[in-house]
Write a protein that binds this ligand. Structure first.
Ligand SMILES: *Cc1c(COP(=O)(O)O)cnc(C)c1O
Length: 417
């Protein structure tokens, strides 16, 4: 099949059998078909390579098909990919132990699942079981997933509305507003759930003292603190976990995206002994998952931790993140269309001074062979989340492409003004 025929047939499959609206949207935006990927690059149906500066929203921390991850997956595939669920599963045990070694102090236990939203579901259920309370407080613009429970604490009306009534007991406060959080957390609150950097919300970094303040407010009210690190966890922000920036110890912490090494789906809910003792004491099977903790996914997670430690990738993120932010600030210091550059580690947002600019800039970037994205919950902001292995040259290249793209977009806008 030639490239055009392949694209037409995939678009038709999407229109006929997946999601017609999405097919239209993607076609309109000019997206092609991804055929293969390696390292920092994705290749389309025409054999054209794209520099991946989005990294699958945090999934491709180690790039695409990292050879050491692949080796671990293939080895495990030939030994035992899925667990019988009757015997002890050694790979699951080892990954839980290794996670406890790098996680904030006190997070001794892990429950494994298959996605970020499942990890959040588990955390919400555990918070209720451990406290005997029903309330949740979350943040406006926060993103925690799209299953019923996780959606109930996701702070975007657009996604919630068609599915109401959702799980009762959830309320929302502005992100970063500690006084509002302190007022909302009371003796009915099972947990406060929060991201250390709001990703989908438009890359908002928790202001200094916010997480520590939330910890104290939860302690005063006897509520739990759930930190959702599905996107920020495992090095993305330049520390192992986002909450490490303030040495905050959550009661529950969720992980997913990067833990799969860009190869396998996996979710993890980590928690303290105090929580686990309450949740699982009477019934060790009170929360389970058939595929959760499968050896293939857990072998992948172990390889991820090995590579992160061996190659000092957390430090690398801090260095390359500073480099990328500095280059972006320098590039846009005289560009009125760019309102702000912000972020932490390699989770960086560029906010424009006008709406709808993000979409145009992303299209210009695609034309230049660089992938970035505008954030779901905030179309003024584009997001850069490259793999940790991004080189100085790739940073320079991506920033100069973005600079050209913004300049061309500014010209377009003034031509139509
Ligand atoms: C992506 C994300 C989720 C949902 O993960 P899925 O695997 O898509 O279900 C939850 N929380 C945060 C912070 C995320 O970034």
């Amino acid at each position: 099949m030639n490239a055009d025929a392949l694209r037409a047939s995939v678009v038709s499959d999407y229109s006929e059998h997946l999601n017609p609206g999405l097919a239209k949207l993607m076609q309109f935006a000019g997206f092609g078909v991804e055929v293969s990927a390696e390292g920092m690059y994705i290749t389309d149906q025409d054999g054209r390579q794209y520099l991946d500066f989005l990294g699958g929203y945090g999934v491709f921390s180690l790039g695409h098909r990292h050879p050491d991850v692949l080796r671990a997956v293939v080895d495990q595939l030939h030994k035992q990919p899925l667990s019988s669920k009757t015997f002890f599963n050694p790979v699951q045990g080892a990954l839980a132990r290794r996670l406890a070694e790098v996680a904030p102090e006190g997070l001794q236990y892990t429950f494994f699942s298959n996605s970020g939203t499942e990890a959040v579901e588990a955390a919400l259920k555990m918070a209720r079981a451990a406290t005997g309370r029903t309330g949740f407080v979350s943040t406006e613009g926060g993103y925690h997933g799209k299953t019923m429970g996780a959606l109930s604490v996701t702070g975007r009306e657009k996604y919630r509305k068609p599915y109401q009534p959702l799980v009762p007991g959830a309320s929302f406060v502005p992100y970063g507003d500690l006084a509002a959080a302190e007022k909302a957390i009371d003796e009915t609150t099972a947990a406060f759930i929060v991201e250390t950097v709001q990703g989908e919300g438009g890359v908002h970094v928790a202001p200094g003292g916010y997480l520590a303040g939330l910890r104290a407010a939860c302690d005063r009210a006897g509520a739990l603190l759930i930190v959702d690190e599905v996107q920020t966890g495992l090095g993305r922000t330049g520390k192992w976990f986002g909450c490490d920036h303030e040495q905050v110890r959550p009661d529950l912490m969720t992980l997913a995206k990067a833990l799969g090494g860009g190869v396998m789906p996996i979710g993890a809910t980590m928690g303290t002994a105090a929580v686990w003792n309450k949740v699982f004491a009477d019934n060790p099977l009170t929360h389970t998952s058939t595929f959760g903790g499968n050896p293939l996914a857990c072998a992948t997670g172990l390889a991820v931790l090995d590579i992160m430690e061996r190659d000092n990738l957390v430090e690398r993120v801090a260095t390359q993140g500073d480099r990328l932010q500095a280059a972006l600030r320098e590039a846009f210091k005289d560009q009125p269309l760019v309102a702000e550059v912000r972020g932490q580690g390699l989770l960086i947002g560029v906010e424009f001074a006008e709406d709808e600019v993000g979409e145009l800039v992303i299209a210009q970037m695609m034309k230049r062979g660089v992938i970035a994205a505008y954030t779901l919950n905030n179309p003024r902001v584009i997001r850069m989340e490259p793999p940790f292995l991004v080189t100085d040259e790739q940073i320079e290249h991506a920033v100069s492409c973005l600079k050209e793209s913004v300049a061309e977009t500014a010209d377009l806008i003034s031509a139509f003004a």
